[in-house]
Design a protein around this ligand. Sequence first.
Ligand SMILES: NC(=O)c1ccc[n+]([C@@H]2O[C@H](COP(=O)([O-])OP(=O)(O)OC[C@H]3O[C@@H](n4cnc5c(N)ncnc54)[C@H](OP(=O)(O)O)[C@@H]3O)[C@@H](O)[C@H]2O)c1
Length: 340
Amino acid sequence: MKKIVYPRAGGVETIEIVEAEDPTPARGEVCVRVHRAGVNFAELMMRQGLYGSSPDYPFTPGYETAGEVIGLGEGVDSLRKGDRVLAMTGFGGYAEKVCLDARRVVKIPDSVSFDQAAAIPVTYGTSYHMLVHLGRMVRGETVLIHHAAGGVGTAVAQICNALGASLVIGTASAPKRDFVESLGMRFVDRGEEDFVDVCKSMTGGKGVHHAIDPVGGKHLLRSYKSLRKGGKLYYFGASAAVKGNKRSRISEFRMWWGMPRFDPLKLMISNKAVFGVHMGLLEDESVFKGHLDDLSRMLSDGEIDPVIDGVWRFEEVADAQMHMHDRKNKGKVLLDFSPQ
Ligand SMILES: NC(=O)c1ccc[n+]([C@@H]2O[C@H](COP(=O)([O-])OP(=O)(O)OC[C@H]3O[C@@H](n4cnc5c(N)ncnc54)[C@H](OP(=O)(O)O)[C@@H]3O)[C@@H](O)[C@H]2O)c1
């Protein structure tokens, strides 16, 4: 089989495609013939050497896939060969075949395409974890999201619509205005408007109930300032540390230096909460499996329908990742690993 490898930290030009032995499932594992793999911003960061929890080089990235079951390890009776599934692989998903813990694999109905399924685990899993599991979001609440046109941003918008949010404010780069508005969000062009002011002015001066920040640095404090009393901030990314295809030590330092330190007393008197979220390091399998099962049901019922920006053959992985570096994606970027 073929798989994509990051041999060392670097730009997209370092990415290699190599021939490898077919994997065999260990006890409790499932082997999946991959048809689609999602491309996540985290995988751009781990390629640059910016992602603390990735394995040593060389390694195969790939947080999520969709495909069919081709092998079952001992003790797995929840799935059968030939089942169509989505899977939260963590690493190794950028490959024609991958074996992983059966608890991270969920069967999908025939009505759900591999494109839709591969877009679910990370982006929707993270959004659902923040707003539903941690945030207990209820009808009528208000939400701020950044990178609103991206994979997570579009997932947040759909989950907010499904939960009955009264207002979703989304920041993104200027050319994405129409797209962001088409998802029901109030668009904020970061270059033109101050998102803190917009959050306040659109909520009668109070601020939003939930602010979702994957940027970090000074930006995180501004997201916190967009909250009302009793509001919840979710911190889950460090895109401020990334500047283009190559690693930038200056951007990394600025992001780290600008990070706010939250005062527990101030949190207490304003009844605010700050959550840190890293789905790759979430250790409770039953929580994550619950999210995937719920999302799979929402997908089958049409409550969510992933927005796919484009599908690249896996040999074109560098182009797919550059598309994201260049801030061009509207929705989810996918790699096609299906047999040709
Ligand atoms: N902690 C977790 O468990 C977790 C899980 C999933 C995702 N995340 C984080 O959530 C964020 C979104 O992830 P995603 O996979 O859905 O990606 P994405 O939003 O589809 O990523 C691409 C978009 O990010 C925006 N962006 C902001 N800063 C950027 C930069 N320095 N370089 C290139 N693009 C930049 C661009 O849109 P605009 O310029 O239009 O905004 C770009 O189109 C990332 O920060 C990711 O690390 C975290």
